[in-house]
Design a protein around this ligand. Structure first.
Ligand code: ADP
Ligand code: ADP
Ligand code: ZN
Ligand code: ZN
Length: 750
């Protein structure tokens, strides 16, 4: 008899897990389901993946381990029979502008090899074709393809003086050390508006250099003076690798134009002159992957047959996973979370490793129903190579391929953390759990859509692949924008529509935490109210309860945890030993509000807090947090621990009680269980009932069925898309031809 062996986990207790024990069949696909906050990630990522990583690190020598992050043991009794884990999550690929789809998938090295073997005239070996190598890069832009310049109009507010904060970049804030090297230089009248500077002062400010003795906080010190432009260029423009936040700030202050020498191809002349069948390497990297495979398939290159075959195989994987509309020269920083995850998949598909454990976080995100089957094929392929595949997923279509399902619940946070069902998909459909029930009962199509109260028009939109489209968005109703990935939904909504209607409230999945201090309470504005209550109850100043006051723990500066930054890796976090995670000094913790300290309050979940607080304003905000399905979040939980979907919902909660007329959301169902989608729909309905306009980009069929109006783009992704296929109420979409969305809606309702 064939014996299936198992990964066995005993007594898992990370986050909300309640001493869970579990067996997971190896070399099978196991899907983890359950409402958000039920404990899926705590089990899959924080327990199984973390332990696999830790055990792997143990196998290195003590010397090598010095250079690796030290993983604490997850809170559990035992894990047996675990394999090495590859985690394929939705963290954006990030990287710098030298990182493209071609470099990150290792397709570019193969292309270079192809040209070094078969290109005419011969340019050299393969480094001569690399824009990341001095031999191959365009000497003008150093392989960036663009020349980037500081935009002085954005960088400086000339109506202000240095002391008034004329320099707009946050690193040059008034009172900070950096600006101090200018105000303390003695070169300027610090109170004179920049507009009144004469030519010499202006030159000194922007381009001066030299040594100086600087007056700083009452003393003097030797320093180097460097003009603003030169300093900015050295510190930001020439610097590789930036955190997402710094990059976002950086981009606010620069303008860039295509490099006039290489015309954006990033490559040196010799590399561009070398051709195969009339194409140079830049022609290939600029093509959409789908077209590139076809072109490569027709090449005759006897000298590089094996290279060509592996190229076709790799790029074929990119197409197979639904990314055929991307070109290899696309910068990874412009990819969405879902696209990033699929790119990571491509990297692993070509590997011949077996006996690995592959772990996916909601791989269906951003995928149209048409492409979900391709994703499923890839997951099956990984399994059939002899790997164990673990998937956290909400999409019934993906759940369907599970060999084994683990359903977590019954609810979120403290009311979750248990395995409520284990078994086959067929058994799950019969099970009395939230997931089981929602698999059986799907929402019906909206048959009486609301009538628009007016129209918002976008005319002649052409951004990215949009083909000069003119679209009418109805006011006062719920509009869902649909279409396969790459069809142009974001380009239409986020670029064209928002350019026209910038007052709209945008609720996207971009990370909300711009600083480590941000948490649920600070972000929603709750903390201000809470601090005032503490102050009033104790007759002290509200600032005492602020994380940057002197009342905060000095060691962790009110964070409760200590972060250790590591180059190239995710930072490490450990609980502060001085305050034991309580964030404040003992004196501050003495001050109580109805028997609780500020630290106790920050440890409350939103659900607990709504019971605790009686103040109307606070309750309103807390209710909004609960309404978007985040009742399990702790008030002091750092925003950096939230997923993209959770970030989006916390934004939604924060914006809900604001008056505004247009709401724009990008795939708000991400990370949501089918039962939570119901809550989300209620929120959208409420917004619309209050007279707002709601526009969402969505693949989720439950949301599509509930729309008042649908705008369907396509038919394909990339150059094959960018046209409007359908505009109208959902019932009419059922009649539409030539639309994948219509096909899948019909199938789903059948
Ligand atoms: P799921 O993956 O099912 O959405 P999680 O495992 O992420 O659920 O979360 C389970 C519970 O643990 C939730 O209450 C969540 O808020 C909490 N939690 C998750 N990560 C952390 C963390 N880093 N710090 C504190 N609480 C956390
Ligand atoms: P969707 O939202 O339907 O997935 P997008 O609007 O993101 O589609 O993409 C439409 C087309 O525009 C695709 O071919 C995509 O590759 C391209 N595109 C999107 N964003 C960028 C960008 N920042 N730079 C270059 N091309 C882009
Ligand atoms: Zn150039
Ligand atoms: Zn501390």
């Amino acid at each position: 008899m064939h014996r299936i062996d198992h990964i066995r986990i005993t007594g898992a207790r990370e986050n909300n897990l309640k001493n869970v024990s579990l067996s997971i069949p190896k070399r099978q696909i196991t899907v983890f389901t359950g409402v958000s906050g039920s404990g899926k990630s705590s089990m899959v990522f924080d327990t199984i993946a973390a332990e696999a990583q830790r055990q792997l690190n143990e196998t290195f020598t003590a010397f090598a381990r010095n250079f690796l992050p030290s993983y604490g043991q997850p809170d559990l009794d035992e894990i047996d029979n675990i394999s090495a884990a590859v985690i394929i999550d939705q963290k954006r690929l990030g990287g710098n502008s030298r990182s493209t789809v071609g470099t990150i998938t290792d397709i570019n090295p193969l292309l270079r090899l192809l040209f070094s073997r078969a290109g005419q005239p011969h340019a050299g070996y393969s480094n001569a074709f690399s824009f990341n190598d001095p031999q191959g890069m365009c000497p003008e832009c150093e392989g960036l393809g663009r020349s980037v310049q500081l935009d002085l109009d954005k960088f400086l507010d000339r109506s202000k003086s240095l002391n008034e904060g004329a320099v707009q970049h946050p690193d040059f804030a008034v009172g900070g050390w950096v600006l101090g090297t200018y105000t303390g230089s003695g070169f300027f009248d610090n109170d004179k508006p920049l507009a009144d500077y004469d030519e010499a002062e202006w030159q000194q400010l922007l381009h001066g250099e030299g040594k100086l003795v600087m007056q700083w906080q009452g003393g003097s010190m030797n320093a180097r003076y460097e003009g603003l432009v030169d300093r900015f260029t050295r510190l930001y423009i020439k610097k590789d690798g930036m955190s997402d936040r710094n990059r976002e700030i950086f981009l606010r202050f620069v303008t860039s134009r295509v490099c006039p020498v290489c015309e954006g191809t990033r490559l040196a002349r010799a590399a561009l002159d070398s051709r195969i069948d009339g194409y140079n390497i830049a022609d290939f990297t600029a093509m959409e992957a789908g077209e590139l495979v076809t072109v490569l398939g027709k090449l005759e290159v006897p000298t590089a047959k094996t290279v060509l075959d592996s190229l076709i195989d790799r790029i074929g994987n990119l197409v197979a996973i639904g990314l055929g509309y991307l070109s290899l020269d696309r910068e990874t920083t412009t990819l969405s979370g879902g696209e990033s995850q699929r790119i990571k998949m491509v990297r692993h598909l070509s590997s011949s490793l077996t006996e690995m454990m592959y772990i996916f976080d909601e791989p269906s995100v951003g995928l149209h129903a048409r492409d979900v089957h391709r994703l499923k094929e890839l997951l099956v392929k990984l399994r059939d190579k002899g790997n164990t595949v673990l998937v956290v997923e909400h999409d019934p279509d993906v759940i369907a391929i599970a060999d084994h399902v683990v359903d977590m619940g019954p609810y979120a946070g403290a009311r979750g953390g248990e395995v409520v069902f284990e078994g086959s998909v067929a058994e799950l459909a019969e099970a009395d759990t939230l997931t089981g029930r929602f698999l059986r009962n799907r929402l019906p199509l909206k048959t009486a859509p609301r009538q628009p109260s007016g129209w918002y028009t976008v005319e002649h939109a052409t951004s990215h692949n949009l083909k000069d489209v003119t679209v009418k968005f109805p006011a006062g109703v719920l509009t869902v924008v649909t279409g396969v990935a790459g069809s142009g939904k974001s380009s239409l909504v986020n670029d064209a529509f928002l350019a026209e209607y910038p007052d709209a409230i945008v609720i996207d999945q971009a990370a909300v935490g711009t600083s480590r201090r941000s948490n649920t309470a600070t972000y929603t504005g709750l903390l201000d109210g809470i601090r005032k209550l503490f102050a009033k109850a104790n007759g002290v100043s509200p600032s005492l309860f602020s994380a940057n006051s002197k009342g905060a723990c000095e060691n962790c500066q009110g964070l409760g945890v200590i972060y250790t930054d590591l180059a190239f890796m995710d930072g490490l976090k450990s609980v502060c030993e001085i305050c034991d995670g309580r964030r404040f000094s003992d004196d501050v913790l003495e001050h109580k509000l109805r028997g609780r300290s500020i630290s106790d309050v920050l440890e409350m979940t939103a659900a607990e807090a709504v019971e605790f607080f009686t103040e109307k304003k606070l309750r309103e905000v807390l209710r909004a947090v609960n309404d978007v399905g985040l009742d399990y979040l702790k008030l002091g939980q750092p925003l950096s621990t939230l997923s993209g979907g959770e970030c989006q919902r916390i934004k939604l909660a924060t914006e809900l009680h604001k008056a505004g007329s247009i709401y724009v959301m990008d795939e708000p169902t991400t990370g949501l269980h089918m039962s939570d989608v119901g809550h989300l729909l209620e929120i959208m309905e409420r917004l619309v009932a209050q007279g707002n306009t709601v526009i969402v980009i969505e693949h989720n069929l439950d949301v599509i069925r509930n729309a008042d109006w649908i705008i369907d783009l396509g038919p394909e992704g990339g150059s094959g898309g960018g046209t409007v296929l359908f505009e109208g109420p959902p019932a009419d979409l059922l009649e539409a031809t030539g639309s994948y969305t219509a096909d899948f809606l019909r199938q789903d309702l059948a």
